[in-house]
Design a protein around this ligand. Sequence first.
Ligand code: HEC
Length: 443
Amino acid sequence: MYPFWEVPLVTSGMIIAFIASFHILPSHLATGAFWFNAYIEREAVKKDRPELYDFLSRFTLLILIFCFVIGSITGVGIWFSATVASPRGISGLIHNYVWGWATEWVFFFLEIATIYVYYYTLGRIDKESHLKLGVAYALAAWISMVIITGILGFMLTSGKWIETGGFFDGFFNQTYWPQLFVRTSMMLGIAGIYATIVASRMKNKAVGQEIVRKASLWGIAGMVFGAIFTLWYLFKLPESVKDMAFHGGLPYLKTLLCVAAIAYFIVLLYFIIFGLIRPQMAGTVTGIIILLVLFIGIGAGEGFREGARRPYIISQYMYGNQIIARDVPALGVKSEVAKYQEKGITKSLYWAKHLDLDRAEDRIKAGRMLALFLCGNCHSFEVNGIIRPLPSLLSRVGVEEAEDIAGFMDALGDYPYMPEFPGNDLDKELIGEYLATLPKGGE
Ligand code: HEC
């Protein structure tokens, strides 16, 4: 066991979720923008329209600063927060996909190198070669998405990997293609919004409006295809996930999906109204408002995607509390649930070795550690907690006394969204004694 990162009120998972949702704005801009850039540059070269270069230089500068400063910081932020929030989850991913990441980083490095060369050679080298640089960047960036989608998708639906342990069985899992297509469409939509903002600020208004229109067409195509591929993604989800999201289980997943759909629709309307019908009305303020709407939509959509993997952090393999859920003979991995149910988790872990379990305070200490490790990734412990506060949930199901809570641990595995309790009777007693000390959350 690694140390536990306790984040009051919201849980550590929400910190990752917030950084990751924000990362989507720069990362999808970085991957999508240059397809549009290359399209505009091709017009400039083929039709000899030097006035378009003003847009290329402004748009590239925005990408350079926004994606390669904020995008990089939030990207590293995801690694940092995920590593401390879920060290065993990250370790599980690294053990399987370290070469996937290594390959992604090659393309990421290519992205960084080409965008700098592209920006600083704009107007300085021959036009055809410069266009090729833009296409090289667009391809490198998109390939990095092709790779990372496999690893991210693996966490949510691990496919045949659970039987074979094969790299590509997990990578090309059942939702890989829909997710890649959704992201590819979305990157064009997101790039479209930024492009309308940049184009609306150009000095040459006529050219600016022409580009706003073109970017909006790209954006509309991205949003429409994104919606179609999202339906394909939902259709491909495992039955158990569909049950949890659409037939009871976790009804708020459906709400998240609705919020994402509404945000999506508003962005589509933006492209139609401010892009196609009245491009002269597109501007920085409306653009930024739409980015905020999109941010809410992305947060909700990601909330659904991530929620759908419950109770796992790596689908079918590792529970949200970082306990390995089952045997994977192909990898020589054994279920820790079975192990701890037999031997007891408190007795197996080093941090409890110095505790004297005949003393009441030591029992509470052990119980608190157990509660943090086994519930703390998903639940906050404060009575006014924002993310699934345990005090009010325990009161809601009517278990408030130590023995009742201990007894309730047997029922955890009956919930489709919670891991079964990985411990023996002593562990149940200890966690019950600690959780009974939390303030009561009933009305
Ligand atoms: C993988 C994440 C996860 C873990 C780990 C987890 N839970 Fe939950 N738990 C949930 C979710 C999701 C809900 C649904 C709550 C909601 O409505 O948002 C829930 C609901 C509950 C409820 C309310 C059940 C009901 O019928 O309304 C209780 C009580 C609860 N959890 C206790 C615990 C305890 C105690 C632990 C640790 C031993 C734990 N949970 C571990 C995700 C988890």
